[in-house]
Write a protein that binds this ligand. Structure first.
Ligand SMILES: [Zn+2]
Length: 258
């Protein structure tokens, strides 16, 4: 998640500049270099290639009924269900247990927490005894006022739109699966992959808050304190990430067939 952390650092940097003169040190440039190197590695490296390099490698002759390991994607005989994967040791399951119920409960919790996460202040800046509460939208507005439109769009998308996309996307998938609908199966599967991939970008504001709270502690001059909105927002991010991991896309295809 280093690239998300780097964007969080950029947002925190713009806030720090309002307090005093800030320059990027050697550690900051090293972090940017590490992020670029990681992105290059992520573009080149195929996780399946790494797993397939480990024994027992490709399944040479697949049985009539097989299941896929959730961790390393090795196809094994379905009779090995609930036993350890021969390659990575993860427990082999035909489908994720209680997938629909768990995802439904987490999505409902996510919707409930989304409201306080966006209404309540996520941090308060105290300057000479005067308190300035900041909400997520307030932070985006501040970036726009400072002329940082690209960063404002990134933060608005990651903190406001992405959690909503995840919650409504998962709700649609749960509803259509329970209705045994065969509509848009390919599109729903692609949407799930998108939701699962972009979910971690919502951590930008959390990284920014943690950096500001740690760095701006100048007593009566300027102090930043986290507020209850940050806890609600962190809960939304974590819950939606767990919800997307709990959902089993294969259930959509099972339901359509039945
Ligand atoms: Zn495995």
């Amino acid at each position: 998640m280093i690239e998300v952390y780097l964007v969080g650092c950029c947002v925190a940097y713009t806030r720090l500049e309002q307090v005093g003169n800030v320059t990027i040190g050697l550690g900051g440039w090293s972090l940017i270099g590490a992020c670029v190197a990681w992105l290059m590695l992520a573009l080149k490296l195929d996780a399946r290639m790494v797993w397939e390099a480990l024994p027992p490698g490709h399944a040479r002759s697949l049985p009539a009924s097989s299941i896929s390991c959730r961790t390393c994607e090795l196809l094994v005989d379905a009779r090995l269900q609930q036993q350890p994967c021969p390659r990575c040791g993860a427990v082999l399951l035909r489908r994720k247990p209680d997938s629909l119920r768990r995802t439904t409960a987490l999505v409902m919790t996510g919707f409930l927490l989304y409201v306080p996460a966006n209404i309540l202040p996520v941090l308060t800046i105290e300057r000479f005894g005067k308190q300035e509460p900041n909400t997520i939208i307030g932070g985006v507005h501040e970036l726009i006022v400072n002329g940082l439109w690209p960063l404002a769009i990134v933060v608005f998308t990651a903190s406001v739109l992405v959690p909503l996309l995840k919650l409504f996307g998962l709700t649609l998938m749960l509803f259509l699966t329970r209705m045994h609908s065969a509509r848009w199966l390919m599109m729903r599967t692609r949407l799930y992959r998108l939701i699962d991939m972009i979910g971690r970008w919502s951590n930008i504001d959390l990284f920014m808050i943690s950096l500001l709270v740690a760095m701006i502690q100048f007593g009566a001059l300027t102090t930043v304190r986290p507020q209850p909105g940050a806890i609600a927002f962190a809960a939304v991010v974590v819950i939606t990430m767990i919800a997307s991991r709990c959902f089993d896309t294969r259930l959509m295809w099972d339901a359509a067939e039945s």
